[in-house]
Design a protein around this ligand. Structure first.
Ligand code: FES
Ligand code: FES
Length: 164
């Protein structure tokens, strides 16, 4: 019989307490224990980036972490991006407008990689964007529309802050 371990974690601003097996992956914890299925699982060994979430604000691959490792920490998933139900985060809106997704399987991982990237790169070059997403695989888009979406989001963000 496997021992259970208490995990107290804040996910998208809400605190959860669960007893889990030591071997439970963070990706499975989010999807199966918390029902947050927006975090996708592709390769399950750190290659595709589909499972990317933020851990204390930094992008991490949730298939390479154990749930017990996030005890006491803060996780953000794609479900927490939009401020209100029925709304999209500005980056999601840009993905929509620039056709940055097709099947959408990879999209949560791209978004969670790019949200902190745009914080530190408000006026990114195409090369910087391509470097930032070099750890995320997409089988549908050919990447150009994703790059266009990030450029659009950055431009809107700069215009928004110029107005404000
Ligand atoms: S599922 Fe985690 S990197 Fe592919
Ligand atoms: S939109 Fe299908 S894998 Fe990226």
């Amino acid at each position: 019989m496997n021992d259970l371990h208490q995990v107290r974690v804040t996910v998208n601003g809400r605190e959860y307490l669960r007893a889990v097996e030591a071997r439970l992956l963070l990706s499975d914890f989010l999807r199966h224990e918390l029902g947050l299925t927006g975090t996708h699982v592709g390769c399950e060994h750190g290659v595709c980036g589909a499972c990317t979430v933020l851990l204390d604000g930094e992008p991490v691959r949730s298939c390479l972490l154990l749930a017990v490792q996030v005890d006491g920490r803060a996780v953000a998933t794609v479900e927490g991006l939009a401020r209100a139900a029925g709304e999209l985060h500005p980056l999601q809106e840009a993905f929509w407008d620039a056709h940055g997704l097709q099947c959408g399987f990879c999209t949560p991982g791209f978004l969670m990689t790019l949200v902190p990237f745009l914080e530190t790169h408000p006026d990114p070059t195409e090369d910087e964007i391509r470097h930032a997403i070099s750890g995320n695989l997409c089988r549908c888009t050919g990447y150009q529309h994703i790059v266009d979406a990030v450029l659009l989001a950055a431009q809107r963000r700069r215009q928004g802050s110029a107005k404000g």
